[in-house]
Design a protein around this ligand. Structure first.
Ligand code: FAD
Length: 568
């Protein structure tokens, strides 16, 4: 019988709330569900909200009674914030998080590289924002619990699975014993040690790195800005690397590599932690300041992915699907994109508006994204923790040359997580003008945000389904007819007319929203040079078609392709 702990986890800055378990005996017979999600971490919670946004009810099974232990993911990217905006939790993250954009790398006491993440006046969100994962999960939990389409079942652990042609039977263990649940689709977001991956005997592919890091969160009052700090080969930890990050509430993350041959148990011994953290504080000029430990753990980098995220009726996402190094803040940030990519497709499949084959493109796109990230993150990981003598020689050469030579310094670049562009997606239109554009987001790219007013941005107006951005003074009559025909079939499709008119309240036939682009910012960012240009965005906001001049037939063809993956 599954007995999750009902003792609140210990933390010096976060009050854990223990939720009551969901017990089958207190509820009636279970119908066959549309979607069951296994795992209520950040990715499963976001997936539930995404599905709800697309009108699909789900049951979310979480084996624990409280949110995650320790801060875990603390850095969230701009793209993650744009996704969190869609599911309604971005304002709370902004209210509590610490935004930032600079990183500093030090070698032998000298700053050898200053990373500056691009920040444009057109972006609503900062490149990065720091917030402990417990808070993020809490905000997502609150949003899920408030949503009538989501049933969050605490203390419910998935233990068994039988798959059939059109449904799956899930065995769930709870504090009062097991019950079974039938579902048309099962989403596996049960984390790095995914039980579902094991039950289906699926193997991750890729590499695991030997270098191990202590991750320690301490409370200390340091008069330092929110910037990433990386120290290579520091005197107290020779040949190794140390990272520091500010978190909200005066918590600092200190990550340091274990000396070769040291075991995690040795590294986590209180006296070892105390001595090393003191040495680090001493090195940055804050030795002797009082500090208190909140949470510590040992971590090693892995670059692993399943080769296919669909196995029968089960769809994988987040850490259950891939394990990515924390260097470059990729785990949770990549998982949000999985959730967003699956949500709308499953929404269309469940409502009968798209064939099951649309889900093939989910796996293709997201496995492609994981492989690209693995490639990039592997480079960062090999720089942080050289896996062989050769890599160490090369890394050390870069370090020492960087003391005097500028040209090697960009090699320190952290290669921060960035959204994948689905350039070769089968959903991209085969018959549009993508190749004719000189600028703007191309096939498969995420959208470019644009400031339209003091607190008004283009992405604020997207959401809920496909978006057709028409850069013109009016929506052509034929296009209006096509849009209506798709809506009549149940597709959510909105038309945003972007023009040069001044002021609010403009209305135009066929447009759901008229946006004023008096300064031409939107046109510039989207590479629009001709009146009548248009973009079609999928519900996850990625571009699937763009035209220099839009006509009804080509719009129709693009929508068919984007909802089936087959060129008409
Ligand atoms: C020390 C550390 C630092 C990190 N820093 C960052 C960072 O800065 N940025 C970043 O993007 N990522 C970071 N990550 C990675 C990030 O924490 C993970 O990628 C993220 O939590 C993955 O989310 P998930 O929902 O896929 O899995 P998880 O967060 O692991 O959630 C899985 C959930 O499933 C539940 N579960 C497990 N088994 C079952 C079952 N059988 N049935 C039902 N429920 C089950 C678990 O209780 C858990 O709640 C870090 C990770 C660590 C460990």
């Amino acid at each position: 019988m599954h007995q999750p702990s009902s003792e609140p986890r210990r933390s010096i800055y976060y009050d854990y709330q223990v939720h009551p378990p969901w017990l089958a005996s207190q509820h009636g017979p279970q119908p066959r569900h549309r979607v069951v999600i296994a795992g209520g971490g950040p990715v499963g919670l976001t997936a539930a909200l995404e599905l709800a946004r697309h009108g699909v009810p789900c049951v979310l099974l979480e084996s624990e009674l409280q949110v995650c232990e320790g801060s875990r993911a603390i850095v969230f990217t701009r793209r993650s914030m744009e996704i969190l905006q869609q599911v309604g939790v971005a304002p709370r993250v902004m209210a509590h998080g610490l935004p930032w954009r600079f990183g500093n790398s030090y070698y032998r006491g000298q700053r050898v590289f200053r990373m500056e993440a691009p920040q444009d006046d057109n972006d609503r969100f900062w490149p990065m924002i720091n917030l402990q994962q417990q808070f993020l999960e809490e905000f997502l939990v609150d949003a899920c619990e408030a949503h009538p389409l989501i049933e969050l079942r605490w203390g419910n652990r998935v233990n068994g699975l039988a798959q059939h042609d059109d449904h799956a039977v899930v065995e769930v263990d709870t504090p009062e014993g097991p019950y079974t649940l039938e579902t048309e689709w099962l989403v596996a977001s049960d984390g790095a040690r995914s039980a579902l991956r094991s039950l289906l005997d699926l193997k991750l592919e890729g590499a695991s790195y030997e270098g191990q890091f202590v991750i320690a969160d301490i409370r200390i009052d340091l008069p330092l800005p929110t910037e990433r700090l990386a120290f290579f080969d520091p005197p107290w930890n020779p040949r190794n690397t140390v990272l520091m990050h500010r978190e909200p509430l005066n918590i600092w993350r200190v990550d340091y590599q274990l000396p070769e041959g040291e075991t995690p148990e040795q590294a986590l011994a209180p006296e070892s932690l105390r001595a090393r953290i003191n040495a680090q504080l001493e090195m940055i000029g804050h030795g002797g300041k009082p500090w208190e430990m909140d949470w510590c753990s040992v971590y090693s980098a892995r670059t692993l992915t399943l080769p296919d995220y669909r196995a029968g009726r089960t769809l994988f996402m987040g850490d259950a699907a891939h394990l990515l190094p924390i260097f470059g803040v990729r785990g949770a940030n990549t998982g949000f994109q999985d959730a967003q990519a699956l949500g709308w497709r499953l929404g269309l499949v469940c409502s009968g508006q798209a064939p099951e084959s649309l889900l093939v493109s989910y796996s293709q796109e997201r496995v492609g994204a994981a492989r690209e990230i693995i490639d990039e993150a592997g480079k960062s990981t090999r720089f942080m923790t050289p896996p062989s003598r050769g890599f160490r020689l090369l890394r050390d050469a870069v370090l020492s040359i960087s003391l005097t030579e500028d040209f090697v310094r960009p090699l320190y670049h952290w290669r921060t997580s960035r959204p994948h562009e689905y350039t070769r997606s089968t959903l991209n239109s085969s018959d549009d003008d993508n190749a004719l554009f000189q600028a703007g987001p191309a096939h498969g790219a995420p959208p470019a945000n644009v400031r339209l007013g003091d607190d008004d941005f283009l992405l604020d107006h997207l959401g809920g389904g496909f978006d057709l951005l028409v850069f013109a003074a009016c929506v052509p009559a034929g296009v209006q007819t096509t849009v209506q025909a798709w809506r009549d079939q149940g597709l959510k499709l909105r038309v945003l007319l972007i023009g040069q008119w001044i002021g609010q309240g403009v209305q135009a036939p066929g447009a759901d929203v008229c946006l004023s682009d008096t300064e031409g910012r939107a046109r510039a960012r989207w590479g629009v040079t001709t009146e009548g240009s248009a973009y079609l965005l999928r519900p996850d906001q990625h571009v699937c078609a763009r035209w220099m001049s839009l006509d009804a037939d080509r719009l129709n063809a693009a929508l068919k392709q984007a909802t089936t993956g087959v060129a008409p």
